[in-house]
Design a protein around this ligand. Sequence first.
Ligand code: FA5
Length: 351
Amino acid sequence: MKEKLEQLKAQLRDELTAVADVRSLDDLRIKYLGKKGQITDLLKGMKDLSGEEKKSFGMLVNQLKQQAAESISKRTEELKELEIKKEIELMPEFDLTIPVKEDRGSYHPITLVQRECERIFTTMGFNVEDYPEVVTDYECFEAVNVPKDHPARDMQDTYYLENGELLKSQTSAAQNAILKKYGPQLMEKGMPIRAIFPGRCFRNEATDATHENTFFQMEGVMVDKNISISNLIYFMKTMLSEVFQKDIKVRLRPGFFPFVEPGFELDISCLICGGDEGCPSCNHSGWLELCPCGMIHPEVLKEGGIDPEKYTGFAFGLGLTRLAMMKYGIKDIRDLNSGSLKVMSQFTDDK
Ligand code: FA5
């Protein structure tokens, strides 16, 4: 048995030196240390030895087993390093001075209209604000005059987290924080609050050509002394004529939102069918609900720490995703979330 042990040791040493790649080393490991390997066989063969022999021989075989494992792993490391070196030698040389192919991607149509709206409103003195997508029930509803049992909650079902927070169903969720942030800062110095806050909204609803469960809105608020509906109409008109760079047919009709009084629905004539015939993109009505708006409800101002006796303001909730549809002639809103490069790469920033 001892002879066999010595013979195995020498044989393993020779084979380890001869082996030239990592994969063959693995075969070698199986040959010696695998379930049916030669060293394993030696251990199995010990059953016929006497007690004392078993002890001394067992120790030697275990030593050999450990040495074999160590030398195989050492050799594996050596060979891996050699293989890397060989690969590096075979690599073609790089010429860093060769000009790269400038095949840049394009911006998503929603990003394009969002940036355009931000540009338009910042030139009119508005700040652009960011706001989280996960909000509390207070931010999304209660702070904007929609208490827990209000029927208007039925219009905006959304997705709830286990901790009771929710994915915001409307950018109005940021109104209260914005009023609180800018109220003391600006109003006490006699300056108006002017802010827009674009953001992704979520609603648990059936999708169709104009409804998605994930879409973008851009909220805007302006608060000062003597702000009236005419200011609201001025800003809405300016925004639309700048975005479309042409006259757009618009209609303003009464609309109910608990956070504004009075409230309006601002619709634009469908730019896909021209507004005459009606099509799936405007729900066959010729008009598209784009930007509900109104005068901020006194309760919302009060909750935001602003005295409604002294100040008034307007708010609007522009449907950015629908605006992108109209601006770029996209017939189905679902294309915008499709991730299809074929569809999305057609749009470029024409500014
Ligand atoms: C609101 O979300 C109000 N927070 C807007 C508002 C703000 C009113 C401030 C008054 C003052 P509404 O649910 O109608 O309102 O949504 C506003 C706009 O978002 C719609 O006109 C539409 O353009 C867009 N929108 C709403 N739901 C979807 C949807 N499922 N898919 C795509 N766009 C949508």
